[in-house]
Write a protein that binds this ligand. Structure first.
Ligand SMILES: Cc1ncc(COP(=O)(O)O)c(CN)c1O
Length: 343
């Protein structure tokens, strides 16, 4: 095992973060964010507890479930009391749409006080085929009212827990940095995203994404993580908590090869708890019902949103860090990127 423990080691293995990836982050919810949120029916919130532990909570309902009270305050209904001032990150999904919205800040009861927002690229959703017909996922569709719907099982050795965890093509990973800022990042792959590595560890590969690698950077500063695995068609989710390291051991990376592509690094998590639980939010959002998918064209294309976000950040800087982006250039590059650079 070759653990990456310093920023230098991490950057020489996975590369530096490009300026545009960091500049797309804005400090308030703008009109684009509000449009995305108004169509969003489901999200996962990662919360950092006072004891330094991360937890993940699903939130769902009809479109409009994430209600903005004012630009800086986002209401999150149905949250267990998480306490005032706790750092939290939300990843919000629009059914049928590839990109997701990440919003980070602090909780004030059931409100997220926004500190940062940005659009996350669609690659994880494309790889996982999150919105594809359920037959493609061989999902075991749960019928509510059966004993299945109340399963609550724990431990990696439990077949319900390990079965869902290893079949799931999609997961969110909640982490926090040394300054106590929480974040939650979506990850997706064909089935087999999460692998059991033995010795009470799981592994999740690094794949191309929005190039920020917030998860890896956070883990260097604070190893606690909460991973929430989602299986299309199912209302049961598995939450794994533990401590993580970033590893670039070639034998470990080889386990995660897809179509001849080996990830540049793998996140290894020493599991402390693994719990299968029913998410009523998934049912409330009717998340796996294709009829809930938003019609094409309901939102501006992602390149429009990124261009506006990056240019807003550039405009607010004292000295422009890079020249302003031009949307058609970004749109052309993105289309090719989403097809050619998934692995
Ligand atoms: C499996 C997996 N690993 C790593 C990443 C990269 O993360 P980031 O976009 O934060 O660089 C992604 C993209 N979300 C992913 O799906």
């Amino acid at each position: 095992m070759t653990r990456l423990e310093t920023l230098d080691a991490l950057e020489s293995a996975v590369g530096k973060r490009p300026a545009t990836a960091m500049l797309k982050s804005i400090s308030q919810l703008d009109g684009h964010c509000l449009d995305v949120l108004s169509l969003s029916t489901f999200g996962v919130l990662g919360v950092l507890s006072e004891a330094g532990r991360l937890s993940s909570h699903t939130i769902g309902g009809p479109a409009g479930v994430f209600h903005t009270l004012e630009p800086g305050r986002l209401q999150l209904p149905g949250l267990p009391h998480a306490g005032y001032g706790r750092p939290a990150g939300l990843v919000a999904f629009v059914a049928g749409w590839g990109e997701t919205l990440r919003v980070n800040g602090r909780l004030d009861a059931d409100t997220l006080i926004v500190e940062e927002a940005f659009l996350h690229c669609a690659k994880c959703v494309l790889r996982s085929r999150l919105w594809s017909p359920l037959v493609e996922h061989e999902a075991t569709i749960e019928r509510s009212g059966t004993t299945q719907s109340s399963v609550l099982r724990s431990g990696l050795a439990d077949p319900v827990v390990s079965g869902l965890l290893t079949r799931a093509p999609f997961a969110t990973i909640a982490t926090a940095d040394g300054a106590g800022r929480a974040d939650i990042s979506p990850k997706g792959d064909p089935s087999g995203l999460v692998r059991l590595l033995g010795n009470g560890e799981i592994g999740i590969p690094d794949r191309p994404g929005n190039m920020r690698r917030d998860t890896f950077h956070n883990i260097l500063e604070r190893p606690e993580v909460s991973v929430l695995a989602l299986m299309p068609g199912e209302e049961t989710v598995v939450e794994v908590t533990g401590t993580a390291v970033v590893d670039d051991d070639p034998d470990l990376r080889a386990i995660f090869e897809v179509r001849g592509n080996t990830p540049v690094a793998v996140m290894r998590v020493r599991v402390e708890s693994a719990l299968a639980q029913r998410s009523s939010a998934i049912g409330a959002a009717r998340l796996w019902d294709p009829k809930q998918h938003v019609p094409q064209g309901s939102l501006p294309r992602a390149s429009r949103i990124w261009t506006d976000h990056v240019n807003a950040t550039i405009a607010s800087a004292k000295e422009a860090p890079i020249p302003a982006l031009h949307e058609p250039d970004l749109a052309a590059g993105l289309q090719a990127d989403y097809v050619q650079n998934l692995y």
